[in-house]
Write a protein that binds this ligand. Structure first.
Ligand SMILES: Cc1ncc(COP(=O)(O)O)c(C=O)c1O
Length: 382
């Protein structure tokens, strides 16, 4: 089996991740921050240590500004709904995932104003277009760090500069980049970063987070949910302290432990090495597909300017048929369709059917890529 669906979720997970998840439940399985006994304290320690690791990993200094959520979608909803009030203006791009588009469309119905900056057909976002879309009422600019359809990387540091010049905040959806591209929020000027644990951060499903940079005034952000935090239990009001203001209910302890082990695994290998491995894989894949005349590839075709996500269609064949045959006849696992990002497919010109998406992961080998190219050329020609 050749698993090329890592953009949906990475697989397999490093054994250290599975071990950390089992161990934490065996050895530290109390409810963190609730009781005062040793198992509860041990659980809280694991969570705090992971918070610290994440803060360091993304270049912020205060770990309590790492807010754990269920996934990137939850983190994006927290940021958008927490910040945008009726009549505020927001700017986004035309390649966003529905994790961004759907909450924004819902907020539009409640009175926010939205500008969607068109990207080029290969998924590039021009910072001058973002600058032109920003107005005096713009409160938030929200962009994906890399497209989940074509992998194209957005110039987030430049976008941060134009957003800040206008007094707006920048929210970056790092679902496809966290773990494969170095993200230093301070250096890049990112105010809010939404990440998910189960993709290239090597963690399990069900854990993600919103990282709020040191300069953001959190009193301006409303919680998405309210409830028990284990702190200030005498009060029926949500506490203002971080992270409790934004984290109600029992934490996903096993998920957080797994995420922590995933981060450590990435650090031990080195994110630079991971990125260069992924670039080689994706460029080989792109070049191999370019040699098949029936195949149309989308995106920049340049692994320097994208993460390892390659989308293609085949003249005269349905994407569903290609995906099914790759799986059943050759054991190549891809994802076909619209990838929860209809706006991106509209931008690249692949509506209504979408594309076949191939996403190598850190465990993918060059042999896997060569086998996948052979399989695709056979499916295309028969
Ligand atoms: C660009 C992008 N944003 C957001 C998400 C949502 O991530 P999650 O399903 O973990 O919430 C995804 C998932 O595919 C994605 O690719």
């Amino acid at each position: 089996m050749i698993y090329l669906d890592n953009a949906a979720t990475s697989w397999p997970k490093p054994p250290e991740v599975l071990k950390a998840m089992t161990e934490v439940l065996e050895r530290a399985g109390g409810n963190p921050g609730r009781s005062g006994h040793r198992l509860s304290i041990a659980a809280a320690r694991v969570i705090y240590d992971t918070r610290e690791e994440i803060a360091r990993f993304f270049g912020i200094s205060d770990p309590v500004r790492v807010i754990f959520t269920g996934n990137a979608t939850h983190a994006i909803n927290l940021a958008l709904k927490g910040i945008l009030r009726p009549s505020a203006h927001a700017v986004t791009s035309s390649i966003e995932h529905n994790a961004v588009m759907r909450p924004l469309r819902s907020l539009e119905k409640q009175g926010i104003h939205l500008s969607i900056v068109p990207c080029t057909r290969d998924g590039r976002l021009d910072v001058r277009d973002v600058e032109m879309a920003i107005k005096s009422t713009t409160r938030l600019v929200v962009v994906t760090h890399a497209s989940n359809v074509v992998g194209t990387i957005s110039p987030v540091a430049e976008i941060a500069s134009v957003a800040h010049r206008a007094g707006a905040l920048l929210l970056v959806d790092a679902a496809q980049t966290a773990g494969v591209i170095t993200i230093d929020m301070r250096a890049m000027g990112i105010d809010l970063l939404a990440f998910t644990g189960h993709k290239e951060l090597q963690g399990p499903p069900g854990i993600g987070g919103l990282v709020i940079s040191d300069n953001v005034d959190v009193s301006q952000i409303e919680p998405l949910i309210r409830g028990g935090t284990g702190s200030r239990s005498e009060s029926e009001e949500q506490p203002d302290d971080l992270p409790d203001k934004f984290e109600s209910g029992t934490a996903n302890l096993a998920g957080i432990a797994g995420l922590g082990a995933g981060l450590k695994w990435i650090k031990d290998r080195g994110i630079g090495k991971i990125r260069s491995h992924m670039k080689k894989l994706s460029q080989t894949l792109i070049d191999g597909l370019l040699a098949i005349p029936e195949v149309k590839i989308y995106g920049t075709l340049d692994s320097e300017r994208s993460v390892a996500i390659v989308s293609f269609t085949v003249v005269g064949k349905r994407v569903s048929e290609i995906g099914l045959r790759l799986d059943e006849e050759y054991g190549v696992l891809s994802r076909v369709g619209l990838h929860c990002a209809p706006a991106a497919h509209k931008t690249i010109g692949s509506l209504p059917e979408g594309t076949v998406r191939l996403a190598p992961g850190v465990f993918t080998t060059m042999d896997d890529i060569r086998e996948a190219i052979k399989a695709i050329s056979r499916v295309v020609r028969s």
